[in-house]
Design a binder for this molecule. Structure first.
Ligand SMILES: NC(=O)c1ccc[n+]([C@@H]2O[C@H](COP(=O)([O-])OP(=O)(O)OC[C@H]3O[C@@H](n4cnc5c(N)ncnc54)[C@H](O)[C@@H]3O)[C@@H](O)[C@H]2O)c1
Length: 365
């Protein structure tokens, strides 16, 4: 029985049957992965792919982590590709989390004017978000995803059995983006997700969770593939402040996952939505309550506000020196291109900081 769920070029299953079939005709393959993938996922990958035995395979391994999603790593990969005499007949397989799929898509798109590539995401976040939609890129001078290209992989193969080895904090990181889909697009999905106990891996219906998330992302991306109309921007809810928080932690060499930073960004941006009279108080309180069920507040000290604002000013959604946000009208409905002043942004961070005390009176500010 064919158990695959397919949305456009995304194939979801807990085996890699379709991939095995696809690779039958590919003789020259280059796999990009990081040290954790090599340790935890390569065995699973090989197990599913008997057809690979006859192929000429080159592996390029990089060191894991957001801090390596940069130009230095790209140069390292391109040098390896040259050494391996990779030409355009090679298929690039990006096997890993969002760092690998973002980086791989970027280096692959530029090398010899573009290698064909496929994504095999191994983190929850990359399964439901990073590997899909054709955005590839790297960080530059501390700015998140500052260099990048739009280019789609031939296919994306999601095998959720990779999640078995994924640390809890990385599962939660994916949850940050999953919650976002509910908030920007589907109240039904939000209501379903908010009741799941993500601390008990055994009882989670990954296929359903991933399928709906991928479906929502695909619907939005299809309407506006290169973010020219603006609709695609709604996928950036929580990211204006969230990316700035992520950059700040990177600068301070402190660890925060992408989804955790986005979750905190969503608290701030939900508060801004409420303060600007788009979102009602009940919805704002519910959002904060659910996010804080899964994530802890990370205090941003006053001395970092200026740095944070500098990152926010450089956000790709801004225009003519004005800062634009995606905001919520209600749970499941969002709007984009709302100009927000710096002092409101700072106030939202102060409110988020205060939530550390979990004092209900402080929810509103
Ligand atoms: N292109 C897009 O549309 C898009 C969307 C969202 C996020 N992103 C990007 O994605 C990145 C974050 O992705 P991520 O959260 O997957 O991070 P990641 O790729 O750094 O993976 C997280 C950690 O898990 C490890 N890992 C991966 N799979 C594993 C497995 N199955 N078992 C054990 N360990 C495993 C990795 O080595 C890494 O240490 C960010 O750079 C973000 O900007 C891109």
């Amino acid at each position: 029985m064919d158990n695959n769920k397919i949305i456009n070029n995304v194939i979801i299953n807990n085996n890699l049957f379709k991939l095995n079939f696809f690779l039958k005709k590919r003789r020259k393959i280059i796999i990009l992965l990081d040290n954790n993938i090599k340790k935890f996922c390569l065995k699973v990958f090989n197990k599913f792919l008997p057809n690979l035995q006859n192929s000429e395979i080159k592996i390029i391994k990089i060191i894991s982590g957001e801090k390596n999603k940069n130009l230095k790593t790209c140069i390292y990969i391109w040098k390896k590709m040259l050494k391996y005499e990779v030409d355009r007949s090679y298929l690039l397989i990006n096997l890993g989390g969002g760092v690998i799929t973002d980086l791989g898509g970027f280096v692959g798109s530029l090398f010899k004017r573009g290698l064909k590539f496929i994504n095999i995401p191994t983190t929850l976040l990359s399964m439901i978000d990073a590997s899909i939609g054709g955005k590839n890129g790297i960080n530059f001078l501390d700015y998140k995803n500052e260099l990048g290209v739009f280019r789609n992989p031939i296919n994306i193969y999601i095998n959720y059995s990779f999640l078995l080895s994924l640390p809890k904090k990385e599962i939660l990181s994916g949850l940050g983006e999953i919650l976002k889909y509910g908030l920007i697009y589907s109240k039904k999905y939000w209501n379903y997700i908010k009741k799941i106990n993500f601390f008990n891996n055994n009882k989670i219906n990954w296929k359903k969770i991933i399928y709906i998330a991928v479906k929502i992302k695909n619907i939005i991306v299809k309407k506006d593939p290169e973010e020219l109309l603006g609709i695609r921007k709604i996928l950036n809810f929580g990211h204006t402040i969230g990316h700035a928080i992520e950059s700040l932690f990177l600068l301070k060499k402190k660890k925060i996952t992408h989804g955790e930073a986005i979750a905190l960004g969503m608290i701030c941006e939900s508060w801004i939505s409420y303060k600007k009279n788009f979102l009602n108080l009940k919805n704002y309180k519910e959002i904060t309550y659910i996010i804080l069920k899964f994530f802890k507040v990370r205090i941003i000290k006053k001395k970092y506000f200026k740095t944070l604002l500098n990152y926010i000013k450089n956000d790709k959604k801004n225009l003519n020196n004005k800062i634009y946000f995606v905001l919520l009208k209600s749970i499941g409905k969002s709007i984009f291109n709302v100009e927000i002043k710096k002092k409101v942004i700072i106030k939202s961070i102060i409110i988020m900081n205060r939530l550390k005390n979990k004092n209900k009176k402080l929810y509103v500010g």
